[in-house]
Design a protein. Structure first.
Length: 242
């Protein structure tokens, strides 16, 4: 396992161990601290977390169901490489859901929710100059969650959370190249302006443009990092060989 990954001992008083392991590994995979194609050892992970192998095994099952790892018979568990088709599918689902979300937000957002969105934008503007991708990504995630709240559709955010890791890995791969931070903030501001103006058509248009950015950078990133992407033949990912 890569030495870049530092795993803290779990706080047993907070929540079930398996849930903590799942969340921590999921974030490490999404943020590319664990590389696509890397093999994971139950025993090594258990030692790093300071737990038994049982919660680690449960976490790997959850991550397999989420499409982030796969079990290779007689070999162990491997982090799934990035699939262009999976990223495109995730973007399609997010666009369908989030365009509907901002349409409703434009009609339902309260002054309090607009204030929260603007406060988030202000923090994004400060964070766009930071060297930490994690800080900016956290604010980006909060922004999209707030949109769902503004629309009165918290369940929509839970649906988005299920598919967004496929897109997030691409964004973490090279967040500046994928979409410059200042452009992300400008696009977010355009969405908020449309919601503030109670203009659902403009809000949907702004969200469509925002979520289409990843399609522009995806082919170039895949060409630059072929070892991190699945080779896809006739639209189907090949079985991992590493």
């Amino acid at each position: 396992m890569t030495n870049r990954l530092a795993l803290a001992k779990l706080d047993l008083s907070r929540e079930p161990m398996a849930r903590q392991v799942t969340r921590t590994l999921r974030q490490a995979i999404v943020s590319m601290k664990i590389s696509p194609g890397e093999m994971l050892s139950e025993q090594d992970l258990a030692q790093r977390f300071g737990v038994s192998r049982s919660p680690v095994r449960e976490a790997l099952i959850k991550l397999s169901e989420a499409g982030l790892v796969r079990v290779l018979p007689q070999r162990g568990t491997q982090v799934v490489k990035i699939s262009r088709s999976a990223v495109e599918d995730a973007r399609f689902i997010r666009e369908a859901v989030e365009c509907a979300v901002v349409r409703e937000a434009a009609l339902k957002a309260t002054p309090m929710m607009l204030a929260e969105l603007n406060a988030n934008l202000a923090r994004q503007r400060r964070a766009q100059r930071s060297t930490s991708s994690d800080d900016f990504m956290a604010l980006d995630e909060e922004f999209h969650r707030l949109l769902a709240e503004a629309a009165g559709r918290p369940a929509a955010w839970r649906m988005i959370e299920d598919v967004k890791p496929q897109m997030d890995r691409v964004r973490y791969l090279d967040v500046k190249q994928a979409t410059p931070r200042h452009l992300i903030v400008a696009q977010h501001a355009e969405i908020v302006d449309a919601i503030k103006a109670s203009d659902p058509v403009a809000a949907e248009k702004a969200m469509h443009q925002h979520l289409s950015e990843i399609l522009r950078s995806l082919p170039e990133l895949a060409a630059q990092h072929p070892d991190l992407f699945e080779s896809e033949v006739d639209g189907l990912p090949e079985v991992l060989s590493a």
